[in-house]
Design a protein around this ligand. Structure first.
Ligand code: DX5
Ligand code: ZN
Length: 218
């Protein structure tokens, strides 16, 4: 089980320390949430910040693009050092081409589904992707509540991937905490993103990562 803390909930004024804290806690990936104020109602960070994070950590960068026209930025994130690049199904009319381009640029392609987008939307692309991101909140902000039906959706995603013989990761993003982590794993998730559960932990982000790990061990 991989843990990918989202730096969206970190203190941007000391981002290097915030990344070091999750590394110390045993995080597997750094989740980088890129928002454009169009596809989602929020503006966050772009490729220069991803590159800066890449310079201070050995952890793989797991970049989640919540932007219109992601095709215009694939090279930028490859150059920034992204290991995985995830685009939303809802904004990619030529998703197959986008996925192939991400792979050709040396990154692992991921496809994200909003809460209202059915798993069936993955039917044709599933064999091509390295990761499916099931959004368990409507993207745009950290700290929202987990949408209950997402648990079942993770299980349906696992069933689809199994059916097409794919070993792609299933990542869950939004409202993940120590209370639902084990159930998500049991439903078929292999990567958990957590922002507020990690960076909002009373004893700091390293403790937040360890608390999730403990919840998974119980
Ligand atoms: C939501 C982002 C998430 C978010 C997770 O739009 O994609 O990665 O930061 O934050 P929490 O864990 O607080 O829901
Ligand atoms: Zn995200």
């Amino acid at each position: 089980m991989k843990l990918a803390p989202s730096i969206l909930s970190a203190d941007f004024a000391c981002l290097g320390d915030e990344v070091a804290a999750i590394e110390d806690g045993g995080a597997d990936w750094v989740h980088v949430d890129v928002m454009d104020g169009h596809f989602v109602p929020n503006l966050t960070i772009g490729a220069p910040v991803a590159a800066a994070v890449h310079r201070v950590t050995d952890l793989p960068l797991d970049v989640h693009l919540m932007i219109d026209n992601p095709d215009d930025y694939l090279e930028d994130f490859a150059e920034a050092g992204a290991r995985g690049l995830t685009v939303h199904q809802e904004v990619c009319p030529h998703l197959h081409r986008t996925v192939q381009r991400i792979r050709a640029l040396g990154m692992e392609p991921g496809v994200a589904l909003n809460p209202a987008t059915p798993v069936a939307a993955l039917e044709e692309i599933a064999p091509e992707v390295g990761l499916v991101l099931v959004m368990s909140v409507n993207p745009g902000f950290g700290g929202q509540s987990f949408i209950g039906g997402s648990m079942e959706k993770v299980a349906r995603t696992r069933a689809l991937l199994d059916r097409v013989g794919s070993s792609a990761e299933i990542e869950v993003d939004g409202g993940v905490d120590a209370g639902n982590a084990a159930a998500l794993r049991d439903a078929g998730a292999t990567v958990l993103v957590a922002g507020s559960a990690v960076y909002g932990h009373a004893e700091g982000a390293a403790a937040g990562v360890r608390a999730l790990r403990r919840a998974l061990a119980e």
